[in-house]
Design a protein around this ligand. Structure first.
Ligand code: ADP
Ligand code: MG
Length: 323
């Protein structure tokens, strides 16, 4: 499908099949077309070209409420004057479900997200994380086969983010439905997704498991965006070498490498990042080369900025990127 806003192309003839019961993350930098894609699936935005199918049904022309999808918004959009139960029960009320039944079903949903003890509270009496759980329950009460989430964790502090991440994954597996989750965080996508869809400028660069994307990034863009990779020109081709597969030892037989100078050392706890610039290659390799060394190994032979070093990697760890 394609999305045009006037002359501008936001989503450029992408094609993607998401198996039922998949946790799918749309990953990419700001402006690459993730939200437009999600909003088209939800029915909040028209498709300029192409079709969206849920199972065998083309849903392009169905209103959002009849697609079998539900959307959880970034700002939660809870009704401030309704308590948790009535917020969650709202869509059932619109459908004409009686008060007793809809409140019972809403309570079930609040139980699912572990918010049953807060049923009578107003949104203003809840923390951000709790509001998010209520928003989740409100989206799930419609019984969608696909839940759409646009940057659902970005408003939370890092600790809560990690906790909610676990909960989202647990919920998705428990319900057995597909989640399509938009994020610009590669860490979030890798932690959650069965299927990582890396987008760039309205196109899909790669759609694979997290492990496949990390081990076999298709393009330099994917390798850069997913992180932990060094991208180099090597005999007229572009290659990537994982930072954790490189070392500060002289190249042995069957290995490649270069001499350089330590530019920066970052202690990150379990791992130490050593940035190296290649001798005589200053401006040409502005990015530098990153070597990620396990903490205990680093401190057996520590280096400091300015030290001359040799970087090496095994030829089997060279990954060739597409142009
Ligand atoms: P992302 O969610 O990946 O940050 P978006 O899908 O929001 O990206 O936006 C993709 C592109 O489309 C951007 O260049 C953005 O400026 C543009 N865009 C998004 N929404 C609109 C709109 N309603 N009108 C015009 N341009 C838009
Ligand atoms: Mg967006």
């Amino acid at each position: 499908m394609t999305k045009r806003y006037g002359q501008a192309i936001a989503v450029d003839s992408i094609s993607l099949k998401i198996p039922a019961g998949t946790y799918c993350c749309l990953l990419g930098p700001s402006g690459c077309g993730k939200s437009s894609t999600l909003r088209m699936i939800a029915g909040h935005e028209d498709v300029s070209d192409g079709d969206i199918l849920l199972g065998n049904t083309v849903v392009n022309d169905l209103p959002p409420a009849r697609r079998g999808t539900a959307m959880m918004f970034q700002n939660y959009a809870l009704f401030p004057h309704l308590d948790c139960v009535d917020n969650v029960a709202f869509s059932l009320k619109m459908k004409g479900v009686g008060k007793t039944e809809r409140r019972a079903r809403a309570l079930d949903m609040l139980r699912l997200v572990d918010m049953q003890d807060y049923a009578a509270r107003l949104p203003s009496q809840l923390s951000g994380g709790q509001q998010q759980r209520v928003a989740l329950a409100r989206a799930l009460i419609t019984g969608p086969s696909v839940l759409l989430l646009d940057e659902p964790l970005s408003a939370l502090d890092p600790f809560l983010r990690a906790k909610m991440r676990e909960e989202l994954k647990r919920l998705q597996k428990e319900l057995g439905i597909s989640f399509i989750h938009v994020t610009h965080s590669q860490e979030e996508a890798m932690a959650l997704a069965d299927l990582v869809v890396v987008m760039n400028k309205g196109r899909i660069e790669q759609a694979d498991t997290a492990r496949e994307v990390f081990n076999h990034p298709r393009t330099a863009f994917v390798a850069r965006f997913i992180g932990g990779h060094n991208i180099l020109q090597d005999n007229g081709r572009t290659i990537s070498v994982r930072a954790d597969r490189a070392s500060l030892a002289p190249p042995a037989a069957g290995e490649s490498g270069f001499a350089g100078t330590v530019r920066a050392v970052e202690y990150l706890g379990s791992v130490v990042h050593v940035g190296v610039s290649r001798a005589g290659n200053g401006a040409a390799e502005a990015d530098g080369f990153l070597v990620a060394i396990p903490e205990n190994r680093f401190f057996t032979a520590p280096v400091a900025p300015g030290d001359p070093v040799t970087v090496s990697w095994k030829l089997e760890d060279v990954h060739v990127l597409e142009e």
